[in-house]
Write a protein that binds this ligand. Sequence first.
Ligand code: 9PG
Length: 444
Amino acid sequence: MRPVTEITIDPSRVLVHEQGWQSWSPSTSYAPGEAPHRPANDVRRIGAWRAESLPAPGVYRGEGLIAIDPGDGGPVHVIASADPVNSVPAIDVSIVESKAVVSASAEVTVRTDSGPDGIQGALARWADSLVDSLGLPAPRPAPTIWCSWYQYFTKVTEANVDANLALMGELPVDVVQVDDGYQAEIGDWLVPSPDFSSVPGLFDRIVSGGRRAGIWTAPFLVGAKSAVADQHPEWLVRNYDGSPVSAGHNWDQDLYALDSTHPDAAAYLTEVYSTFRTWGITFHKIDFIYAGALFGRRHAEVDPITAYREALRLIRNAIGPDAYLLGCGAPQLPSVGLVDAMRVSPDIAPTYLPPDGDISMPGQWGAVLNGVSRAFQHGRFWVNDPDCLVARPDIERREEWAEHVSRFGGLRGSSDGLDQLDTWGLDTTRRLLSEPVPRYFIPS
Ligand code: 9PG
């Protein structure tokens, strides 16, 4: 770490805002005495925080971006990567008496901002300047979706999706998105699970019923149990001792990272998404894509973020110019300019609190925390996805979740089995899918 600056603060009133690395990584502001959230264990750190990031105890860390409100009436300081989409340095802040001491692992810029709306306002104006300097167009408007995940999880069947299609009736759902469960294994995207007699047949029925077809993939994950891992060990990102780099653990197996710079692995990705295009799929949720930016040895000698951005361009090209692209489990700043919408938070869940107390894991607590803290990104970098509305009676604090989606939802999705909704649930779903979405949540 190199020293950056020292800022005079009021130690009883200072606020420090950490930006997390990927969609599920906690992002929020901390008041004096509040310890920042940290991962429960190494598997969580790799899969939901940042694999190589190990902040020292008592130190705040932003990944490529941190903001300090000194609490003495002085301007907010926004300290950010000098090249945010290509380089995401760790930026640390220590409070030492009446100073905030800032250090960073690569070149950063320091911006002072005395405008309205505190840290969120300052972050919004920083984001405006980034988007201007990159010459990015305004994000395309998002379709509304129905997603299978938060009712059926990995157990979804073709019959479940058909049953919901039959109940969708007049609900304003543009896209029906099958989320996990349709594929034989993580990495084997073109091989159907036994619960799907014909995946293209299902997408055909969705499209002929007048809606658009959407699919979930985790393009840079390779499950240890997959045919890809077995048949193409040369496609995995490796440690320098030759072992495969860990991309975490989920679906009861170890996860590895696909080396998208290997020409055959790149050709496989192109084949997967070109095939989906021939199936009529025009909405893609690409998930766990942090795996495309893990450190390790690749076929091409490029840094992880360069490999990641190149791989997103490859997918973008293969899905076609009109397809809508939603990132999830995604490094935030390196995705700017490459996706239409972005999950900005951990998953919603039927329960408010997450498993093992790790706030990056599914639960309303973490989903709301990030959805609020990343409001400044919406309308600038992309459309913010706060995660789907779930409105059935067994969702803890469902009214609060609906209120959050209404305030901070750019992308609007429903993810209940429609037969599970009572009158409140159905009315709320219809209302949230119909209401207009503001261009910005935080004004400039
Ligand atoms: C499909 C799901 C849904 C969901 C995504 C993502 O760290 N974890 O163990 C972890 C597991 C699942 C997960 C997020 C984190 O959910 O966010 O919307 O698409 O995958 O498997």
